[in-house]
Design a protein around this ligand. Structure first.
Ligand SMILES: [Cu+2]
Length: 114
């Protein structure tokens, strides 16, 4: 396994937080799918994401999003440069979703008015 230069970036920013998984380790080809959990009250947010290099980057992003408390489902499209996230309002905010993606080294933006 080879470490790319940008892998270290995630460690510097986070200080005391134990979010080592935040480093951008694209599992290109090695991602494992997770079972989807049934949603209760949920809202959907669409994030625009720049910086995905290959389709497997979607796996890294999806896993990071689904780790967040309150995220019920996340679908990431490489072709559309978009993540569609089902989340529980009150537990997590769209901005926190974008922040999680940004911590991986991508650039997420929220649609205006969301
Ligand atoms: Cu990739």
């Amino acid at each position: 396994m080879s470490l790319k230069p940008y892998v270290s970036a995630g460690f510097l920013v986070l200080g005391g937080l134990a979010v080592v998984e935040g480093a951008r380790l694209c599992p290109c080809g090695a991602g494992s799918a997770r079972a989807q959990t049934p949603a209760v009250a949920s809202r959907t947010a669409a994030l625009h994401i720049e910086g995905m290099d290959c389709p497997a980057c979607t796996t890294a992003i999806r896993i990071a999003l689904k780790k967040l408390d309150g995220v019920q489902d996340a679908r990431v499209s490489y072709a559309n440069k978009e993540a569609v996230v089902e989340y529980a309002p009150g537990k997590v905010t769209p901005q926190q979703l974008a922040d999680a993606v940004n911590q991986l080294g991508y650039k997420a933006s929220l649609p205006k008015g969301s």
